[in-house]
Design a protein around this ligand. Sequence first.
Ligand code: PBG
Ligand code: ZN
Length: 332
Amino acid sequence: MKNIKNDHSNFPDVRLRRLRKNQAVRDLLQETRLSARELILPLFVEEGLKKPQDIGSMPDIKRFPLDDIVQELEKAADLGIRAAILFGLPAEKDARATSAFDDNGIVQQAIQTVRKHFSDNMVIITDVCLCQYTSHGHCGLISKGKIDNDSSTSTLGKVAASHARAGADIVAPSAMMDGQVLAIRQALDKEGMGDVAIMGYSAKQASPLYAPFRDAAHSSPEFGDRKSYQMPFANAREAMREIESDIAEGADIIMVKPAIPYLDLIYRARQSCSLPICAYSVSGEYALIKAAALEGWVDENAVMTEFLTAIKRAGADMIITYHAMQMAKLLQ
Ligand code: PBG
Ligand code: ZN
């Protein structure tokens, strides 16, 4: 922008307030609009649950028994939401994440149930990771005390294929293993499932904002942390490399996660590629807003609207948010 000196001022010819004078004018001029159709509802399905359970650090969000998810998704569909991302919480965990690729596993049953009820009227996305299914809680398999990349990607391929067989439209690998998108693409294509899309959790930061999710999904690592696979959050160029490598491996949609602290990455990704971009506004972002709202310190609907609008303005095409239902309600 050029440096405007006082004597070059275009005032009073230009008065920007003309276009803000009342709500009707402001509505006409609004550049970024939200719609329920671009919101993705996260849903936790827990094996063996009898009734929905509250999650302490995520007020208004619940873990659901298999029998309750259709009803919950019907509520979302009534509000105009057309996509959900499913997270499974299995009864059994082991070192090899066996329950993650069981065709009768909890998330596979959930996919079948949703597909049967909604046919093609709900986009079913599934989180493809191992951390809810491994006894040690890491996103990959462990060999000699380290997260082993290549055995992890082949397991992730098996997990994605089982989700696809159950009826998923989009599989979303979140383990941050190198080559995971390629391994999944090959696993899907080998079974003739070329029409199942991959949404890579491409630029996924090692963020403390996942804490409420790990509480919800019982998926905290038993030792160490996730910093050898998730992104260092100070590195924007490295985030672009992650995105480029997911694209080269065959991702159909890329993701930036979390969302609000990383609007610059969403914007950069929007400038540098043509793929659809998903932003994941994570559990901690939700919890921060919710906690302040419950204290009466901020207006929840107003902050939610501002944050989600900012994420879209930065360049996201779709947003995974725990506020999906509340936002969709407000948009009605
Ligand atoms: C699984 C997964 C996580 C999230 C999405 N998929 C947790 C993690 O990586 O620790 C976080 C989502 C959230 O905080 O809402 N790998
Ligand atoms: Zn994981």
